[in-house]
Design a protein around this ligand. Structure first.
Ligand code: CAO
Length: 303
């Protein structure tokens, strides 16, 4: 017998697709069993409360997982239960979908930022009112790499790859309520100081919960920088429908062989996760090597 086709408007179908919800799993509460947006929200809520991800759609049959373990933690010791924030629920649903539906691979590399760091310090001294962190250089280098490797500045749309001719960069910002990714628009047309100023503004806006949904739309490529905190490498989750994300860890002085001796150089660890349906390993290695080359010699940004 053919499967029952769920009764829902195109807007509700689109909403369900965005959240990775299989509508055949959702019970419609409107007239004649029609599925409303609220029914989809309730489904995601209950899937999250149960700890499980909403079922993925897309012809592959979805994820047929066993139920999430239900444990009475209080049996083993004192506990406190805290509701997830709105941001955690939304980003959790997105991260779970992206992790489950995108075949991720992460490419690692190190950039020698000894000279970049000297320049950054000089810029900081000359512009005491603007905080210039390594992240603004990474935004510029990412734009240069996206220009050189256009498949990274793209999104999958069914059987087409949509190549973007604009350069909007998403920046993962850690807030007390969870992770948000505001977008810096037209990063190719902005200078380092302008980017530093905008970065300060959007992170303050994120932490003050003042970001609008428009501030978080239209990104081409994201950067998640944990370098201010620590770490040597990590595997960031791609922010769909983008096809790659750059993770940045903490720079450290390392001995680097120059052919005769070991030089003390400041090395910045890069972790690039990419969608293997769109990007193959060789392209990812070239992209990351190019990023490291640009960060190692900023004059390349002029080429
Ligand atoms: N290596 C060494 N030091 C670094 C660094 C790096 N890669 N990146 C930043 N720093 C330094 C900065 O220079 C700054 O030093 P000073 O205090 O001496 O000036 C300090 O670390 C703190 O930087 P910052 O975090 O305030 O600024 P930023 O521009 O690097 O980052 C922002 C801004 C908003 C991206 C960051 O605050 C943030 O929220 N990061 C977390 C992102 C996140 O959670 N990602 C995870 C996503 S997956 O769950």
């Amino acid at each position: 017998m053919p499967a029952k086709v769920p009764h829902a408007s195109p807007a509700v179908r689109l909403f369900a697709r965005e959240l990775g919800v299989d509508l055949s799993q959702v019970t419609g509460s409107a007239r004649a069993g029609r599925i409303s947006k609220e029914d989809v929200q309730a489904f995601v809520k209950s899937a999250l409360a149960g700890g499980g991800a909403p079922r993925a759609t897309g012809g592959g049959g979805g994820l047929d997982l066993i139920p999430w373990p239900k444990v009475d933690f209080a049996k083993f010791g004192p506990v406190e239960s805290k509701p997830l924030s709105r941001i955690q629920k939304l980003s959790g649903a997105n991260l779970a979908r992206n992790w489950a539906m995108i075949p991720h691979v992460t490419q690692f590399d190190d950039a020698d930022i000894t000279e970049m760091e000297a320049f950054r310090k000089k810029l900081g001294e000359e512009n005491k009112d603007t905080k210039v962190t390594p992240l603004v250089f990474l935004i510029k280098a990412a734009v240069a790499a996206l220009k050189k490797f256009p498949n990274f500045n793209a999104s999958l749309d069914g059987e087409n790859l949509v190549l973007k001719q604009y350069f909007h960069i998403g920046i993962a910002v850690d807030t007390p309520d969870g992770l948000v990714v505001p977008v810096i628009r037209d990063a190719d047309r902005k200078g380092l100081l302008e980017l530093a100023k905008e970065l300060g503004e959007i992170s303050a806006k994120a932490r003050d919960k003042k970001l609008t949904s428009a501030d978080m739309q239209g990104g081409c490529f994201s950067i998640s920088s944990l370098g201010g905190i620590g770490g040597t490498a990590f595997t960031p989750i791609i922010n769909a429908p983008e096809v790659a994300i750059l993770g940045v860890s903490r720079s450290a002085m390392k001995p680097v062989w120059n052919g005769k001796d070991f030089d003390a150089r400041l090395m910045l660890p890069l972790s690039l996760s990419y969608d293997h349906r769109v990007i193959d390993g060789a392209a990812a290695a070239r992209f990351t090597a190019y990023l490291a080359q640009v960060l190692g010699d900023l004059r390349r940004l002029l080429l």
